[in-house]
Ligand binder design. Structure first.
Ligand code: ADP
Length: 193
């Protein structure tokens, strides 16, 4: 059973790789961005609050996200395995997740970071914006999201490196190639239980 977190900037391929890894390891793929977009679409109170942050490329407040994740992930019967993408994304979120994981025997086996140069990230996101029409994939918002990643999320790499679970993977090249690199890092963890 695998509990993995994908920790990478916007455009690095968390969604794509998350789907492929979830399938490979037989666990659900949970993406807080998708959960939030679903709430926005349905016009729930969480969605209404989240939307104004998401549209500006800002992070949704920790309390909203922690509440959302705990409802989907940490209920009375917490999922034994998952590939998580998009949470935690701030140090307070990481500390909350870690403390909760310690108490419930649900800490991450692996945190996978995907390294992709910034100009490639911008190129991919603009392309995605053209194709999918995701409202936060516009040039200004993309720049803001990358800045927010550097400031708030990148420090989590040290947090997980210190805990010995970080795997830094080259996120450039073909999708299959990237999946292969990640699996080479994760397969031994799953085999050893
Ligand atoms: P990307 O990684 O391309 O920015 P996501 O779908 O992961 O795409 O996230 C989209 C938006 O959802 C973020 O810009 C942010 O506003 C919000 N969001 C997602 N996860 C979190 C989180 N853990 N904490 C705060 N905001 C979040």
């Amino acid at each position: 059973m695998l509990r993995a977190l994908l920790l990478a900037p916007p455009g690095a391929g968390k969604g794509t790789q998350g789907d492929r890894l979830a399938e490979a390891y037989g666990v659900p793929h949970l993406a807080t961005g998708d959960l939030l977009r679903q709430h926005v679409e349905e016009g729930t109170p969480v969605g209404l609050e989240a939307k104004r942050f998401m549209d500006r490329g800002e992070l949704v407040p920790d309390r909203v996200v922690v509440d959302l994740v705990s409802r989907h992930l940490a209920g009375p019967e917490p999922l034994p395995g998952f590939v998580l993408d998009g949470f935690p994304r701030t140090l307070p979120q990481a500390k909350t997740a870690y403390d909760w994981g310690k108490t419930h025997d649900r800490t991450f086996h692996a945190v996978v970071s995907l390294d992709v140069p910034e100009d490639e990230l911008v190129r991919r996101l603009l392309e995605r914006g053209r194709r999918s029409g995701r409202t936060d994939d516009t040039e200004d918002t993309i720049r803001r999201r990358l800045a927010v990643y550097k400031e708030n999320t990148r420090p989590l790499l040290d947090f997980y490196r210190d805990r010995g679970v970080l795997h830094e993977i080259d996120g450039t090249g073909e999708v299959e190639e990237v999946t292969r690199r990640i699996r080479d890092a994760l397969d031994p963890l799953v085999a050893s239980g």
